[in-house]
Ligand binder design. Structure first.
Ligand code: 0X9
Ligand code: ZN
Length: 305
């Protein structure tokens, strides 16, 4: 199997980030956007495949939840695919001619490291709190979108602990700060999770309908249709709260409210057979399906804007 068909330790991923920037000096840059609770660097790769000025951008983050290993694997896959198939594949060429892409391969490095060394099923980050001996905040409950209402917990021992206040965690704050600084260029926000095979869009923090609900629905419907056609696999799709559950404080809803009107959460393979323990032999299938969804949605954003 190739490098991209295996899961990688955090050290390997940092090494890969370094190698990828060195090998692609004109097109890939690493941007340090902050550091984790345990002081690990948070690097975003900026892919800029041609020098057209004033380009819009796509943001993709992976690894918010530590145990969802297919997610960082997808970010690596996406970068490799973009660099290899620019000028080879029409869809990715069209996308990269019109948009830069910011890729955060591991938003929660401390948690990811912990799943490799100590507890494979860890979800949250690794921050300590004054009030409890329990460790970790759910970074996808820590954003400022109906923060800590129904669907999150204010109990530090909970798997869906929202933290002491919105953006209390250095990881969520780094991402939020970066997106605030770049909100005029970023038009499409994507966050990659697993598992359950779903393509979700706002809102998850309330039962309200997003103002462009029909646009968003049409985009994920088309993506799911193409996955069914090309890979014979089924993805559910819809607004988060009605498709999966009410879950406030998520990054997608927050980015949407910031003004990034195309915001999506992808839940990759599988539907529960292996769950978070998706075997390496299924990485390529899972990533190709997600890639098809990214392409479908990105092309539609370019068409609409
Ligand atoms: O609960 C979550 O954070 C996500 N599911 S997961 O199994 N990967 O934990 C779903 C997130 C959907 N979006 C929001 N809740 N904003
Ligand atoms: Zn997740």
């Amino acid at each position: 199997s190739t490098f991209y068909e295996r899961y990688h330790s955090l050290e390997d991923i940092y090494y890969w980030i370094n190698r990828t920037t060195q090998d692609n000096p004109g097109t890939v840059k690493a941007i340090l956007i902050g550091s984790s609770y345990e002081k690990r660097p948070l690097y975003v790769l900026k892919l800029s495949l041609n020098n057209r000025p004033n380009k819009k951008a796509i943001w993709i983050d992976c690894g918010i939840h530590a145990r969802e290993w297919i997610s960082p694997a997808f970010c690596l896959w996406f970068v490799q695919y973009s660099l290899s198939f620019y000028k080879q594949n029409q869809d990715i060429t069209n996308i990269l001619d019109n948009m830069d892409v910011y890729v955060l391969p591991v938003m929660n490095p401390d948690g990811y490291k912990f799943t490799w060394t100590t507890n494979r099923m860890w979800r949250k980050n690794r921050s300590g709190s004054r009030s409890s001996t329990c460790i970790g905040v759910d970074l996808n409950r820590n954003f400022d979108a109906n923060w800590c209402t129904e669907g999150a917990s204010c109990e530090p021992c909970s798997e869906i602990y929202c933290g002491a206040f919105p953006e209390s965690e250095p990881e969520s704050q780094a991402v939020a700060d970066f997106l605030r600084r770049n909100k005029n260029s970023v038009q499409l926000y994507l966050t990659i999770h697993s598992y359950s095979q779903m393509l979700l869009f706002p809102y998850s923090c309330s039962l309200d309908e997003a103002e462009n609900h029909n646009d968003l629905l049409e985009m994920v419907q088309e993506a799911a249709q193409r996955i069914r056609r090309y890979y014979r696999n089924t993805y559910k799709y819809g607004a988060g709260a009605k498709t999966i559950y009410l879950a406030p404080g998520g990054s997608d809803d927050w980015a949407y409210n910031l003004g990034i009107k195309y915001a999506f959460t992808f839940e990759l393979q599988d539907r529960g057979r292996y769950g978070f323990l998706l075997p390496p032999s299924l990485i390529s299938r899972a990533c190709n399906e997600a890639l098809l969804a990214v392409k479908t949605i990105a092309l539609k954003v370019i068409e609409k804007t």
